[in-house]
Design a protein around this ligand. Structure first.
Ligand code: UDP
Length: 249
């Protein structure tokens, strides 16, 4: 339910899909979930809900387990990927708890059925939840090995007809090079999908980018570690980098 103050502000989007990596939940730690970071993220999400925006979340699992790491240690890739998908369910439940503690109604929908902890992913039901102002957390990625949660985020964004995919990262956009290693690296304000693919820029994996390109879904890459940034993006402030159907550079 939008608060009186928030209701006077006009968001740029009606429905968003926010992609959070598992690492976003770690805070300064090297593994797992930081309760402090978790509640800060939950507050950011609540701020958007109070603006009247319908919010869906896709959460990664890299803070707990990544399939590729398991596979390089000799594990069967599919088994390792299923472990990665289960890790995202742990994160989804943590996020759900943090959101509900501050009064945000949520539903977790999992691409791998586990009725005791989450609803199964049902597209129409997800949309209905969003219309009712509930935050829907998509867990277990696409439900298929060899994919990533970035691809899951693109897919779900398309399925629920989100206006934009917000890709939360630790840097404030996409740079020509790693800004931490190369001080001359510059930030792109806008980028075409093709440029991201051709220049192999680290935005999201190529499957995720291609899916957005084929369906004209804009992506905004921004720094989610600064509190209030999600709200800024939702209110149309041009922070970060927008990937869309722009001219090639
Ligand atoms: N994963 C998968 N299929 C999917 C989504 C995820 O197999 O559709 C697995 C994969 O092993 C991946 C792990 O889940 O490494 C965690 O997801 P991801 O690496 O995308 O998390 P993030 O980097 O966003 O934390």
């Amino acid at each position: 339910m939008p608060s009186d103050r928030a209701a006077t502000l006009k968001p740029s989007y009606k429905r968003i899909l926010l992609k959070l990596s598992g690492e976003a939940l770690m805070g300064d730690g090297k593994y797992g979930i930081s309760p402090k970071t978790l509640s800060a993220i939950a507050q950011d999400v609540k701020d958007c809900v109070e603006l009247g925006v319908e919010v869906a979340l896709t959460i990664g699992g890299g803070n707990i387990f990544r399939g590729v790491s398991g596979a390089t240690e000799g594990m069967d890739r599919s088994s390792a990927d299923y472990m990665g998908m289960l890790a995202t369910v742990i994160n989804a439940m943590a996020l759900q708890d943090a959101l509900e503690k501050i009064g945000v109604n949520t539903r977790v929908q999992s691409a791998i059925e586990m009725h005791q902890v989450a609803e199964p992913y049902i597209r129409r039901r997800a949309i209905r939840h969003l219309e009712k102002g509930r935050v829907v957390i998509f867990a277990a990625g696409t439900g298929n090995p060899y994919f990533t949660t970035d691809t899951a985020a693109s897919l779900r964004a398309m399925e629920i007809h989100a206006d934009v995919l917000l890709k939360a990262t630790k840097v404030d956009g996409v740079y020509t090079d790693d800004p931490k290693k190369n001080p001359t690296a510059t930030k792109f304000k806008q980028l075409s999908y093709i440029d991201v693919l051709k220049k192999n820029l680290k935005v999201m994996d190529s499957t995720a980018i291609s899916l957005c390109m084929d369906n004209d879904l804009p992506i905004i890459v921004f720094d989610s570690t600064l509190r209030g940034n999600v709200r800024r993006v939702v209110l149309g402030e041009t922070i970060g980098t927008t990937v869309g159907r722009f001219d090639e550079k």
